[in-house]
Design a protein around this ligand. Structure first.
Ligand code: AMP
Ligand code: ZN
Length: 116
C-alpha cells in the first residue's frame, strides 16, 4: 500500500536498519522505544490487522512469532523474559494499520491493561 509507512520500510523505500528479513517478514527497532529492547516484526505484505488474517496466512502468523523468539535470543533477552504484543484495532490501541508484533524486553514490565 503506497501511503503505508510500514510498507515503505518493508520495501526499503525508507532506509531503516533491518534486524531480520526473510521471504515473509522483516524486523526493525521501534522509533519510540518504550522499553530498552523494542522491536517490531511486520509482514512484508500489507495486512491491516490481525483481524484481517485468513486461514491461509497461518504460516505468516507463526513466522512472526518465531522471528520474535529468535531475535529475543540474539538480543540477549530470552532468559530474562519479554513480552509479545499485537494491538488490534481501535480498542486494542493499534495506531499503524499494518500488522506489527511488538517484541518488548530488557526490563521488568507492569501489566497496565485497563479499560479507559
Ligand atoms: P501500535 O500502537 O501498536 O500501532 O504501534 C505502532 C508503533 O510503531 C509505535 O510503537 C511507534 O513508535 C512505531 N512506529 C511508528 N512509525 C515508525 C517508524 N517509522 N519506524 C519505527 N517504528 C515506528
Ligand atoms: Zn502496509
Amino acid at each position: 500500500m503506497k501511503s503505508c509507512i510500514f510498507c515503505k520500510i518493508a520495501n526499503k523505500e525508507i532506509p531503516v536498519e533491518l534486524l531480520h528479513e526473510d521471504d515473509l517478514a522483516v524486523a526493525f527497532k521501534d522509533i519510540k522505544p518504550i522499553v530498552p529492547v523494542h522491536i517490531l516484526i511486520i509482514p512484508k505484505k500489507h495486512i491491516e490487522s490481525i483481524a484481517d488474517l485468513t486461514g491461509k496466512q497461518e504460516l505468516l502468523a507463526g513466522r512472526m512469532i518465531m522471528v520474535a523468539k529468535k531475535l529475543a535470543e540474539k538480543l540477549g533477552i530470552a532468559k530474562s523474559g519479554y513480552k509479545l504484543l499485537f494491538r488490534v484495532g481501535r480498542n486494542g490501541g493499534q495506531e499503524v494499520p499494518h500488522i506489527h508484533l511488538h517484541l518488548l524486553g530488557g526490563g521488568r514490565m507492569s501489566e497496565n491493561i485497563r479499560v479507559v
